[in-house]
Design a protein around this ligand. Sequence first.
Ligand code: CLF
Ligand code: SF4
Length: 289
Amino acid sequence: MATACEMKNKIQGHPCFGGNHHKNGRMHLAVAPKCNIKCGYCSRKHDCANESRPGVTSRILTPQEAIVKVREVMASPVVGPIIKVIGIAGPGDPLFNEETFETFMMIKDEFPHLMLCLSTNGLLLPESIDRLYEIGLHSLTVTVNAVDPEVGAKIYGHVIYHGKHYTGLDGSKILIANQFEGLKRAGELGLTIKVNTVLTPGINDGQISMIAERVKKLGAFVMNIMPIIPQADLAHVSPPSEEYLAEIRKANEEIIGQFAHCKQCRADAIGLIGRDLNMTIAEDACSSP
Ligand code: CLF
Ligand code: SF4
């Protein structure tokens, strides 16, 4: 596990881990369309709601298109210097799409100075973590919504694992066990880890502190408690108020640092958090000779 000092150096420049998010930006590559679980708040028509703002459907890029896009963005005089991180966050689960690995390998070869970042539901983390480490993954986000499989079963409709379809408690048990096993291994490897938790009032409120305690012990650096955006099977849930969200974050900040600047970005977001620069890149491209 990395020491606090090593971790502080590692997160320099990463806008989602406490690096200055007014100066440092990230570029998401939407290369991962397929998902292997069904979160109750996911409509499947949109980007992964664990890391992305629902309601915006991305155009899926092939790894070849993605590297072309990175070249274009890095060549932009306005946006290029801001980008410090390349993230793959959907629109499905990155680890369930081989294109994720292909894309990261190309980025690593051509832009070794950029930090590679991945966000996953964690189902395939135990079998993928060594591969991610070898590719040089810098930072990992796992969305953990429950410690107790009974609670998880109210959030996850199904889990498809190694070709088999599991529902209810069976699926939830596999998912949660794999999330913690993968996190444990990631901590041992010294990766920079963030845990996202979708606060779903009336369902997982009582789980938040248990998640915080457990992931902190495994080496997570920061927690990002996000408000549910109710839709699909969980459309009836009332989202938390800003006051309630702030209260829950405060109650857990002594256990693990809380990231409060998340903007639930699109899977193809580019630029500073909360300030998408896709248009700037298009304008740069138009004004190039
Ligand atoms: Fe992207 Fe996520 Fe990496 Fe950041 S976003 S893959 S950790 S580079 Fe950041 Fe956006 Fe919130 Fe994610 S603000 S949704 S926490
Ligand atoms: Fe939807 Fe993401 Fe959950 Fe998959 S992991 S079901 S894409 S919210």
